[in-house]
Design a protein around this ligand. Sequence first.
Ligand code: NAD
Length: 256
Amino acid sequence: MSFSLASKVALVTGAGSGIGEAIALRFARAGALVWAADVNEDAARNTIRLIREGGGEGEALRLDVTSDADFVAALARVPIVDVLVANAGIGHVGTVLTTSVADFERILSVNVVGVLRTLKTWMPGMVERKRGAVVITGSTAGLEGLVDRFAYTASKHAVVGMMRCAALDHATSGVRVNAVCPGRVETPFVKARLREYPDPEAAYREMASTQAQRRMGTPEEIANAALFLASDEASFITGAALAVDGGWTAGMFPQK
Ligand SMILES: NC(=O)c1ccc[n+]([C@@H]2O[C@H](COP(=O)([O-])OP(=O)(O)OC[C@H]3O[C@@H](n4cnc5c(N)ncnc54)[C@H](O)[C@@H]3O)[C@@H](O)[C@H]2O)c1
């Protein structure tokens, strides 16, 4: 089955790279007109260039999810959205002892308040029109604790909680709200990090070892899951945190 977003308008935050870029490209291939929003406008433009090269339709939008003014301007340009993907997010490494309050607030301001601003900007119109699908990029860090990811895990747990509440509050409105929760994904950023290790293959195996399938996911695999949740075929799914993690959160598995 191939899921269609024909005649839908989709907006994706953090669409200039990695998972957001893959979602934007996949949604455009499924027929959506895609607004690629990113704090890095050049990166957003590049995503739109790739979409157009593939025969799709889209526009780039500069949007810093920490800026109220950017959201006001974005809503003026894109007043109606059928599919909203709150994907922009940043990582952080640290324990409770090594994470500063400033770092914690910075992570929450992008990963949590940024998602809040995204929902508050476009969900009212969806609720008013009684239709729409929201997909939030969570993480396995929103489903269980991760070592040395104190602030990031806090932020992704918050995002999963926000998704569940927004889904419940609007369950009868025709608007569905779900999260895709990736495990480790081989984004360009991760690939660049791997190349810095003396033994990149060993580093890959180490990073992939948290997943039962013993490999990292690809951005396209996350995008496929987001497409399903955004499509009408997922009409009875709301409030779901869909793990796309190669079995990471399924339970214990032998470390071999
Ligand atoms: N890569 C992984 O292994 C992984 C795993 C689980 C969850 N995630 C989540 O997936 C999402 C995307 O991550 P990615 O790996 O594709 O990262 P990435 O760094 O490749 O892309 C993130 C994009 O978000 C943009 N961005 C950063 N701050 C922003 C802001 N303030 N406003 C608007 N855009 C901003 C960046 O410019 C970039 O284009 C994040 O929410 C991340 O937490 C990633």
